[in-house]
Every structure is written in structure tokens, then in C-alpha cells.
Design a protein around this ligand. Structure first.
Ligand code: SF4
Ligand code: SF4
Length: 189
């Protein structure tokens, strides 16, 4: 659809080119990686995976992409408990296709920079806290705001990256507990 790569030149000079034989980044390529998954001879491979990961070293784990509500089916290729590649599953709704986020946006999973503990800000500095302490603090603060200023002073934003069930719980919590209809979703912003 993007007409990013095509045959260029003629005869013995024929070769695969992008956008007038300029770098791929200057073409209409959206870096979805569809061509990499479709390539039958291994001429196109993921840069991070090439020569570093062999297919027989990985285990495939089927799951659903969590980046948006389309719900594309994906295989996580896992080696030593680390996701090293993602490929599309040839079933509905995506029939093997993935966008750039679903196919290449997996490095965060094993990132050492991920937050693993709740943080509470005190005197301008964050400190680690237990989940019980952090949730108690949030509950107490929300209760104080609701009782002092009314539910209308609180707004809740949910996410396209969580499940329908989690969004449902957020809406129930907002309306029934926080007593406000101020709830919206990042997909509308
Ligand atoms: S990455 Fe996607 S848009 Fe770019 S050439 Fe491959 S299939 Fe086309
Ligand atoms: S691969 Fe792209 S389109 Fe499919 S669910 Fe993930 S983010 Fe959405």
C-alpha cells in the first residue's frame, strides 16, 4: 500500500530500490515490517535479530497486542525469558499484519528502566513505597478531595492500552465511587 520498495532500473542493473534509490527513511515506508515478515528468503530481517537469534533458540508465545483496541494477534519469540522478536499471527483480525508499534515496540518489556515499585513524592523527591502504602495514600487523597470539593473536581483518563474490562472497572469506579461523570479515554484526545 505504501509503495515504499519496488524494482528500479532495467536489465542487468535492475534492483530493489526505495523512493528513487534514496534511503528507505526518505520513502513512504512506515516501518511496519510487513516486508520483513513476508520475505521468503531471509533477505530482509530485523536489524536487532539478524545473526543474533536463531529461530530454533526461541519459543513462540501467542498473545494479543496491547497497544490499541484492534487486538492484533501476535507471537512473542522468547529466548532466555526475553522477548527478542514479534511476528503477526495469520488469523483474524490482523491476518499476519502488524503496525510498527505491535511489531517493533517490545524493547520496553525487558528494560531495566521500567518502574517496578510505586513511588511517593515527598519534599520534591520520589521514594519507593509498597503497593499497600501507595494505594492507601491515593484512596485517602481521592476521598478527601471528593468529600471536600465534590466529585466534579476529579477527572479520570483511561487508556486504549488496557483491556475493555479494565476500562469498564475505571468507569464504574469513577461514577459509583468518585461520584463524577468526568471520565474520558486517550483515544479521543
Ligand atoms: S516496512 Fe512496511 S511500508 Fe516499509 S517497505 Fe516494508 S512493508 Fe512497505
Ligand atoms: S499491531 Fe498495531 S494495529 Fe495491531 S493491535 Fe497492535 S498497535 Fe493496534
Amino acid at each position: 500500500m505504501n509503495n515504499a520498495i519496488r524494482f528500479g532500473y532495467r536489465g542487468a542493473s535492475a534492483k530493489i530500490i526505495a523512493a528513487g534509490d534514496r534511503p528507505l527513511k526518505d520513502s513512504d515506508c512506515v516501518f511496519c515490517g510487513e516486508c520483513v515478515q513476508a520475505c521468503p528468503v531471509g533477505a530482509l530481517v530485523e536489524k536487532d535479530v539478524r545473526y543474533q537469534v536463531r529461530p530454533w533458540e526461541t519459543e513462540k508465545v501467542r498473545t494479543t497486542c496491547s497497544y490499541c483496541g484492534v487486538g492484533c494477534q501476535i507471537n512473542l519469540h522468547v529466548r532466555d525469558n526475553q522477548v527478542v522478536k514479534v511476528s503477526g499471527v495469520d488469523e483474524a483480525p490482523n491476518h499476519g499484519s502488524l503496525c510498527v508499534k505491535g511489531r517493533f515496540g517490545y524493547n520496553f518489556i525487558g528494560s531495566p528502566e521500567r518502574l517496578t515499585d510505586p513511588l511517593i513524592k515527598e519534599n520534591g523527591e520520589f521514594r519507593k513505597a509498597s503497593w499497600d502504602e501507595a494505594l492507601d495514600l491515593v484512596a485517602q487523597r481521592l476521598k478527601t478531595i471528593r468529600d471536600t470539593h465534590g466529585g466534579g473536581s476529579i477527572g479520570v483518563l483511561t487508556s486504549a492500552r488496557v483491556t475493555n474490562e479494565e476500562n469498564y472497572i475505571a468507569h464504574k469506579f469513577t461514577r459509583a465511587v468518585l461520584k463524577t461523570n468526568n471520565i474520558d479515554h486517550c483515544a479521543r484526545l
